[in-house]
Design a binder for this molecule. Sequence first.
Ligand SMILES: O=C(O)CCC(=O)C(=O)O
Length: 333
Amino acid sequence: METCASIIKLVHKNLVSLIYVNVLSFVTSRRSSFTSALLVAILCANQTHANRTGHMSSPTTSPQFKMVPEQSELDSLPRDLRFHACANENPRALTREQIEKFNRDGYLKSIRVFDEQEIGGVREYFDDLLARVLAAGGDSYSISSAHLKHGKVYDLLTNPRIVALVKDLLGENVIGWGSHFFCKLPRDGKAVAWHQDASYWPLTPSKTVTAWLAIDDADVENACMRFIAGSHWHGHLTYRPSNPGDHNVLTQTIENVERFGTPVDDELKAGEVSLHADLLLHGSEPNESSRRRCGLTLRYCAADVRAAMGWNAKGVVVAGEDRSGHWANPKRP
Ligand SMILES: O=C(O)CCC(=O)C(=O)O
């Protein structure tokens, strides 16, 4: 009875979240149920209330989010996993042709944001960070949500040149919520199996764009990322859990990807970014070369995206505003 009363109180605190998630569950997900919608609504209401009242503990000191959600947890969340095409008649940093291409193919590549000297500085910073992480027992893929701990990574996430690009695709109000280094050391044997990012994330709707910043030159020889052009139009695809033979950095594997489009190599020079949609199939082979291949993934979503499992704690307002107060907007660490 008491639990019931506190649930009612909590729901009252943010009726808008309740309506939002219930409408969403009604119109979109096959797997949705009133119970799971209610749980997410309560979660959103709780998070929004905590943000507004300042009761959320600082994510820089004590992150409250679950880094890697269980698959069963993700499956029970009502999520709208469809591609939302960008309708921007007046882009400022991209061209109209680039917007059209992003909508059609799900990615853009070879966009220069830093000159050689600037990216050299970023590389020096990363070399030192990686050395410290390795010395502390981490590995070259373990530096994640780095903007919450490292001021320099926060600066990259909020960099105006990168933000201007994603703003053209996502609208005026943009949240930067993720930063993860994918550093393939020479012959480390690790692949990134074909996957869709949105499948891993407790976010809805699927409106995240990744800016993949090349810290080293990335090409076919040192296992650059690969995309399946146009695959984002196929919605959430069936995957299998990866097995040890996949040598996967992540946990999901999608088979026979050529069914969904043409493979494209995302070759980049250091200092360039590519942009990809969160439903685009992508992955990379093991790096068999003697050259390192490091990229920093910077993740951005429209401010109307809702995060469950505490992931709103990671979100920095990088453009415009977050009127709902859903995202915690942590300060530079
Ligand atoms: O860097 C890679 O090889 C994969 C990166 C990736 O999966 C991503 O950007 O989501």
